[in-house]
Design a protein. Structure first.
Length: 134
């Protein structure tokens, strides 16, 4: 932490943490809840860049939403089950829509898009940090 703080401007410290989290997401199999760790950093980066990378952030957000929909029911419909107990026995979203889908394949596709978007995010931030040093 000290190296991060003394090496660069403290105002850009959030980028260092965002790159570490994004690298974690790229190289590991993550649970969708882990996305909450990086969300504030992505928002700060988006605002500081004057929404220059809004398309990239939208790709990340959409792939995150789909990863929740393709994950187990406890992350989508069953979140509201304590309030509405009937949801425990409700069919999944895909059963309601009568869509036969291979959830593992779709989860893999969404994770690939999510990972690719984070790789681009890491590249952009590294490029911006290197150009600001010179």
């Amino acid at each position: 932490f000290y190296w991060f703080y003394t090496e660069n401007n403290p105002k850009d410290l959030y980028q260092k943490f965002m790159i570490v989290f994004a690298t974690f997401y790229v190289f590991t199999h993550i649970h969708p809840q882990y996305f909450l760790w990086i969300t504030p950093l992505i928002i700060i980066d988006l605002v500081k860049s004057n929404f220059k990378y809004i398309l990239l952030v939208l790709v990340i957000l959409v792939s995150y939403i789909f990863s929740i929909l393709f994950f187990e029911a406890s992350l989508n419909v069953n979140l509201f089950a304590p309030v509405f107990p009937n949801l425990y026995v409700q069919p999944t979203l895909w059963e309601i829509l009568k869509i036969k889908i291979d959830l593992n394949l779709m989860r893999s596709w969404v994770q690939t898009i999510f990972t690719a978007a984070f790789l681009v995010l890491i590249y952009i931030n590294q490029k911006n940090q290197n150009s600001s040093k010179t």
